[in-house]
Design a protein around this ligand. Structure first.
Ligand SMILES: [Fe+2]
Length: 227
């Protein structure tokens, strides 16, 4: 992706989030220079990779295959291993109309995917084979706001604003906005996106960035530059 495209998506995404009444923390709007100036005090923020994360899954077709994310909070892997403490994470995301987040599952992360406003959130579901791999014939059971919901292989849930689904590790899922763009919340287990995504098809998780202009704001994958 070109940096100019990422900057434009950032502007549009921040406006969409604000329009739906979700207010981001101050560091969302720091310039790259402000990030550098705060460096001594923000070790945990950088380590947890809080902040902007825009991806085209390395495919160069953001409108069709992509996701806009902001990680609001993300705990500590060490706490998860120890069995207590900061084991949680929260993201706010945007799926545009018919923009697919491709079929994947997680190894460790359980996640509540929440429609926070806008259009309908469509979520396609499959169960896993015995070894955890994708099974085109497997259904399963999820809970939607605490209510049991059995699904057949490839069934699509349609979540209206306010509705959510709990996905456990092993639940294969893809999602997109239906009828318009949708603001999505994610409340989950502490998360490492470098290691915890198992995609059905061989794709990347982060974009390749071509620097054709200066970044408006840093993305989490940019932190390596200042860390
Ligand atoms: Fe997921």
């Amino acid at each position: 992706m070109k940096r100019s495209e990422i900057n434009e998506i950032l502007r549009e995404g921040a406006a969409f989030i604000a329009q739906h009444g979700f207010v981001l923390p101050p560091f969302a709007f720091w310039s790259p220079q402000e990030f550098a100036a705060h460096r001594p005090a923000i070790g945990p923020l950088l380590e947890a990779r809080l902040g902007w994360d825009i991806t085209d899954y390395g495919q160069g077709r953001f409108a069709d295959l992509g996701l806009f994310l902001f990680t609001v909070r993300n705990g500590r892997q060490a706490d998860l291993k120890a069995g207590g403490g900061m084991c949680y994470a929260e993201k706010i995301m945007i799926s545009r109309q018919n923009q697919i987040s491709p079929m994947h599952r997680h190894y460790l992360k359980a996640e509540d995917i929440i429609n926070r406003g806008g259009a309908t959130l469509a979520i396609e579901l499959f169960g896993a084979a015995e070894d955890g791999s994708f099974d085109a014939n497997a259904g399963g059971v999820v809970y939607c706001d605490g209510v049991r919901r059995a699904f057949s292989a490839g069934e699509v849930l349609h979540l209206a604003p306010g509705e959510s689904v709990t996905l456990m590790p092993g639940d294969w899922h893809a999602f997109w906005g239906e009828g318009g763009d949708v603001l999505i919340g994610e409340v989950s287990t502490v998360n490492d996106d470098e290691t915890d995504n198992w995609f059905r098809d061989p794709i990347g998780r982060f974009p390749e960035i071509e620097e054709d202009e200066a970044p408006l704001h840093l993305l989490a994958p940019d932190y390596a530059r200042i860390a």
